[in-house]
Design a protein around this ligand. Structure first.
Ligand code: DC
Length: 214
């Protein structure tokens, strides 16, 4: 593979979406937010009145993925994140999305210098040969605070924060302990903890790291 592939993994609300966009722009890479694929499946199940823990409902939605608008803002909420995490624990659902992700990684458009995919299993399962692997994380309370501010703004209530914290903890547990493609540090991944850093500092450090290995 001659083009650059960056595999960026990490837990919910770790800042990987923002970092992925910045890296994509800087290194001229096509970006795939793979969480959006699972969110689309979760959203579709709920929209059809289905149950995200039902494999039948989830597989049906995953087969119709092509019809879902991945830029729909509704996909970004924590409740859709929870549904996404449930459908993502099913091997049959993951299998339906693997080819799409690998094809994306291997075929950057002509005007791009490579690809970047962010998710949970990019460095371990989807692109195990990626030249650059990054694992981004932060303490769960920090991630919950970021997600809470994103969703409810400064007027959000303590209860709303606590609900998000509980959801993120449940999501971490599900995403890290499922039997198929759990979230884990790939052997040769570069670890970044963003608990005490802002996104600009994280981007700058990561940009330097990528330039040094790519
Ligand atoms: O990154 P995110 O919060 O948008 O992801 C939503 C859920 O989708 C996440 O909790 C687990 C699942 N997911 C996954 O299992 N594998 C991926 N590569 C990306 C997301």
């Amino acid at each position: 593979m001659s083009h650059l592939v960056i595999a960026l993994d990490g837990p919910a609300a770790s800042g990987k979406g923002t970092l992925a966009r910045k890296l994509a722009k800087h290194f001229n890479l096509a970006l795939l937010d793979t969480g959006a694929l699972y969110r689309a499946v979760g959203w579709s199940v709920l929209n059809d009145g289905g149950d995200p823990t039902s494999e039948k409902d989830a597989v049906k939605a995953a087969k119709n993925m092509g019809n879902i608008d991945l830029s729909n803002r509704e996909l970004r909420t924590e409740s859709i994140g929870a549904a996404a995490s449930k459908v993502a624990s099913m091997p049959a659902v993951r299998q339906l999305l693997v080819d799409f992700q690998r094809t994306f990684a291997d075929n950057p458009p002509k005007d791009k210098d490579g690809t970047i995919l962010d998710g949970r299993d990019i460095g371990t399962v989807i692109c195990p040969d990626a030249q650059v692997k990054i694992f981004i994380t932060a303490e769960v309370e920090t991630r919950a605070k970021r997600r809470f501010l994103e969703e409810f703004g400064p007027k959000g209530t303590d209860q709303q924060y606590l609900n998000i914290l509980a959801d993120l903890k449940a999501r971490d547990e599900r995403d890290m302990t499922r039997s198929t493609s759990p979230l884990k540090l790939a052997e040769n991944a570069h670890l970044i903890d963003t608990t005490n850093s802002d996104i600009e500092a994280v981007f700058e450090a990561t940009r330097k790291y990528v330039s040094s290995v790519a």
